[in-house]
Ligand binder design. Sequence first.
Ligand code: ZN
Length: 137
Amino acid sequence: MDFFNKLRWRLQQLMQGRYGPDQLTRAQLWTGLAFYVLNLFLRWPILVYLSLGIYIWAVYRIFSRNRVARAKENQRFLEIWYKVKQKPAQYKLRMQNSKEYKYFHCPKCHTVLRTRRGGGKRTITCPKCGNQFEKKS
Ligand SMILES: [Zn+2]
């Protein structure tokens, strides 16, 4: 075996049964880098510690043997990230439809609801939590 094959074999042995990198790892590395670069301009020592902390956390996750817990973390991260990514698109859609629809939040569960404009006051039933309330449309 030449040197590189030996190295690859060693690495495979090391990673056996460990979680490895995922989307959250990639986000951690970029966030850590962003904090570090920001520190170059702002000179806030806290940013270096944050960056270091994020990198230690990322390494811990990669080498973790608790794959179920790590996969769950990644799943939660992806859910949150998806919501964040959707926000601008949702906002744009609301702006486009604002003449036809009125948008508001359910006072109980804060779900975004919409109703056709015009027609005065009406009783609205939230489809998510069943809460009923009056709203001017
Ligand atoms: Zn509701």
